[in-house]
Design a protein around this ligand. Structure first.
Ligand SMILES: [Zn+2]
Length: 328
């Protein structure tokens, strides 16, 4: 099964027309970026329209359509507006950089072809197999402490970027991945069967190998009402102070972390092969999801959550992937 993820930005204001055929999800963020998924019907070389939008501008109204077709075996997406009657963009699907300014209609379109290995997913003992990670550990943490980085604005959020060329990382089955950056999601993206609500914060510790493949260690933080402020990880308080500084227009300062202080008491984990959870959704990510949350003072967690405005990506189909876990 092939799925195309698409993302549009448009000016003036574009509203979604109700009933986009065949598209289970369209989300809109606060800057008006729309994104959704198109599941391609089998044996079909065109689909017009696969997404239908209504344009509501200050002076213009009309319709816009995203259309799928194949040309010489290559998947393409086009966007057009009836209001203007012109094709705005024709993009080859499957290139991470297939992005284009749409011209007069002000529509920008990014399209990405996905396989069946997307993230996040829902985790549970019933979808995973228990393995032992004791005799010859598959996942080995080699983070050195302290590690210094800098808070950098990134889209709607921030990342904590590490630049020291000597920095360490992790190994997965003997392959080395160097630590690249931290970022956080609130609420969490990975979900757990049987838990009524998503966990409040998910930290992604992103690593990159020499061949460009990635490994992400996911760590969850839980708010604890009984923990005093000074019992939490200093890194999170420092990060909050930096976020405030950025909002007030002050330049970010270097930030130092003892990475190990962010780890929960035990390292029980799920592992599976997946993707980035934001565009371009590349399927070259090995995931290590630590199942035990790390408690932090509730006030810190609440303050962190206020800094997130993006909805988490919904969980994706597991398809025929193996998920492994190291615990009962
Ligand atoms: Zn992430």
């Amino acid at each position: 099964m092939r799925t195309i993820a698409w993302r549009c930005t448009a000016k003036p204001t574009w509203q979604w027309r109700s009933g986009s055929p065949g598209n289970p999800r369209i989300s809109v963020d606060k800057d008006g970026i729309r994104e959704g998924l198109i599941t391609l019907p089998p044996n079909r070389d065109y689909w017009y329209p696969c997404v239908e939008l209504a344009l509501q501008g200050a002076t213009t109204t009309g319709n816009a359509y995203l259309c799928y077709f194949q040309e010489n075996g290559v998947d393409k997406i086009q966007a057009t507006t009836v209001a203007q009657g012109v094709w705005l963009h024709s993009g080859d699907v499957g290139k991470e950089s297939s992005k284009s300014n749409g011209g007069g209609g002000g529509i920008e379109l990014e399209v990405f072809l996905q396989g069946g290995r997307q993230s996040p997913i829902q985790l549970s003992s019933s979808v995973s197999y228990k393995i032992s990670d004791k005799t010859e550990p598959w996942f080995v943490i080699k983070w050195q402490s302290p590690l210094s980085g800098v808070v950098v604005e990134h889209g709607q959020s921030v990342i904590i970027k590490f630049n020291d060329p000597r920095r360490n990382g992790i190994t997965l089955n003997g392959k080395f991945f160097q630590i690249d950056h931290f970022h956080l999601h609130g609420p969490a993206e990975h979900t757990f069967a049987g838990e009524a609500a998503p966990r409040p914060i998910e930290l992604h510790v992103v690593h990159v190998a020499a061949d460009g493949t990635r490994a992400v260690v996911a760590i969850f933080f839980d708010g604890s009402g009984t923990m005093a402020l000074d019992e939490g990880a200093p890194f999170l308080s420092d990060l909050l102070a930096q976020l405030t500084a950025i909002k007030e227009g002050r330049p970010p300062l270097p930030i130092t972390t003892n990475v190990h202080e962010l780890l929960p008491a035990n390292y029980d984990y799920y592992r599976y092969e997946g993707s980035l959870t934001t565009a371009p959704y590349s399927e070259n990510v090995s995931w290590v999801v630590l199942s035990t949350p790390k408690p932090q003072p509730a006030t810190i967690i609440e303050s962190l959550q206020k800094n997130f405005s993006e909805l988490p990506r919904p969980v994706q189909p597991l398809n025929n992937r193996l998920v492994l876990r190291t615990f009962d």
